[in-house]
Design a protein around this ligand. Structure first.
Ligand SMILES: NC(=O)c1ccc[n+]([C@@H]2O[C@H](COP(=O)([O-])OP(=O)(O)OC[C@H]3O[C@@H](n4cnc5c(N)ncnc54)[C@H](OP(=O)(O)O)[C@@H]3O)[C@@H](O)[C@H]2O)c1
Length: 327
C-alpha cells in the first residue's frame, strides 16, 4: 500500500510517500480501506520528533483519525463486517491506504456526511468529550471557555457544548477567526492579540467567572485562567503550547475550590477509548444527524501533499480541520 512516512525528524518535507506492507488486523481489530484522514497538531509534533508514538503504534506513519470502508475484520470482532463505512480513532498510521483500528474505536459514518467530513471527527470529538464532559463534568447551564476557538478542537468544543446547553466563550488570534467562532455558536469570541481575555470575561460574567476552561496554551495563560474560573471551577489542560513550567497561586485554588486536571488521549487503552466512542454515539452522533453539530473543513489536500497540509497547519491560518483525501 501507499503510505506517507516521517523519514526523519524535521520540517514538513520529511513527509514522503512510500510503499509499505498492508497491515493485518489482530483479533479485536478491523482493517479499513482509508478514504480520508485528518491532520492534527499532534501529527506536527510527532513529525518534529517531540511527540513519540506509543510503542504499539505504527512508528513512522502519522495520522490519528480516518474514515473509510472495512475490508477485513479480526476473529473476535462482533459489531462490524466487511463493507461497513466507519470513521475511527487510531493510535497512528492514518496517512496510509489501509489502517487497522480496534473495533471499539470505530463509529458508524454519520448519515449524509462524506468520508472527508467523517474523518475530521474522531480525534477532536474524542478529546473534547473525554476532557470537557468526562473529566471537567461540564453540565447544561454552565459556562465553558475554550482557548484556540478556531482550532480543530475548538470548533468541535464550541458546537458540542452549545448544543448540549452551555454558554461558550472562546479566544482566537484574529477578528475573522472570532467572527467565525461566534457564527458557530460561541456567545463571545475574544481576540487575544488585542484584548486580555481575563478582563473581558470578568466584565461579561459580572465577576462570577466561568465554570470550565479547556486550555491547550498553558504558560502565562495559567494565572489568568485561574483568575477567570468561578467557584468550584475546573481547568482542563490538553497541551501547553506556551510552556509547561508555571507559577500559580495555590491560595486561589483553595479559596475558589478549583480543580486542575488534564489528559493525553493517544496512549489510553482500548477500553477507555471504547467508552468514549459509546458516549459520542449516544450523545453527539444524534446532533450530527440533526445538523446541530457540523464538521468544519478548512482545506482538503490529496494525500501526496501531506507536507503542504502540515505547512498550512503550522501557519495557523486555518479555521477548523485540515484533511487528506485518497483517490
Ligand atoms: N491532550 C490530548 O489528548 C490532545 C488531543 C488532540 C489535540 N490536542 C491539542 O489540542 C490543540 C489543538 O489541536 P488541533 O489539532 O485542533 O490544532 P490546530 O487546529 O492546529 O489549532 C491550534 C490553534 O491554536 C492557536 N494557538 C494559540 N496559541 C498558539 C501557540 N502558541 N502556538 C500554536 N498555536 C497557537 C492557533 O490559532 P490562533 O490564531 O487563535 O492563535 C492554532 O490555529 C493542540 O495543542 C493539540 O496538541 C491534545
Amino acid at each position: 500500500m501507499k503510505a506517507i512516512v516521517i523519514t526523519e525528524a524535521g520540517k514538513p518535507e520529511v513527509l514522503q510517500m512510500t510503499e509499505r506492507p498492508k497491515p493485518h488486523p489482530s483479533a479485536n481489530e478491523v482493517l479499513i480501506k482509508v478514504e480520508a484522514a485528518g491532520v492534527n497538531r499532534p501529527d506536527v509534533a510527532q513529525r518534529k520528533g517531540v511527540y513519540p508514538p506509543p510503542a504499539d503504534a505504527p512508528q513512522d506513519i502519522p495520522g490519528l483519525e480516518v474514515a473509510g470502508i472495512i475490508e477485513l475484520v479480526g476473529d473476535s470482532v462482533t459489531r462490524w463486517k466487511a463493507g461497513d463505512q466507519v470513521c475511527a480513532l487510531v493510535k497512528g498510521g492514518g496517512y496510509a491506504e489501509y489502517c487497522t483500528a480496534p473495533e471499539g474505536s470505530c463509529l458508524p459514518l454519520p448519515a449524509s456526511l462524506s468520508f472527508v467530513e467523517a474523518a475530521s471527527l474522531p480525534e477532536t470529538f474524542f478529546t473534547v468529550w473525554s476532557n470537557v464532559f468526562d473529566r471537567a463534568n461540564l453540565q447544561p447551564g454552565e459556562s465553558l471557555l475554550v482557548h484556540g476557538g478556531s482550532s480543530g478542537i475548538g470548533v468541535a468544543a464550541i458546537q458540542i457544548a452549545t448544543a448540549l446547553g452551555s454558554k461558550v466563550y472562546v479566544t482566537a488570534g484574529s477578528d475573522d477567526k472570532c467572527k467565525f467562532c461566534e457564527q458557530l455558536g460561541a456567545s463571545k469570541a475574544i481576540n487575544y492579540k488585542t484584548q486580555n481575555f481575563a478582563a473581558v470575561l470578568k466584565d461579561l460574567t459580572s465577576g462570577m467567572g466561568v465554570d470550565v476552561i479547556l486550555d491547550m496554551i498553558g504558560g502565562d495563560y495559567t494565572s489568568d485562567n485561574l483568575n477567570t474560573l468561578a467557584l468550584e471551577g475546573r481547568l482542563v489542560l490538553i497541551n501547553t503550547m506556551k510552556g509547561k513550567d508555571v507559577q500559580i497561586d495555590l491560595g486561589l485554588v483553595m479559596a475558589k475550590r478549583l480543580n486542575i486536571t488534564g489528559s493525553m488521549l493517544r496512549a489510553r487503552d482500548v477500553g477507555f477509548k471504547s467508552a468514549i466512542a459509546s458516549s459520542l454515539e449516544n450523545n453527539v452522533w444524534p446532533l450530527l444527524e440533526q445538523g446541530k453539530v457540523k464538521p468544519v473543513i478548512y482545506k482538503v489536500f490529496p494525500v501526496q501533499q501531506a507536507a503542504q497540509a502540515h505547512e498550512l497547519m503550522e501557519s495557523s491560518e486555518h479555521i477548523g480541520k485540515v484533511m487528506l483525501s485518497f483517490d
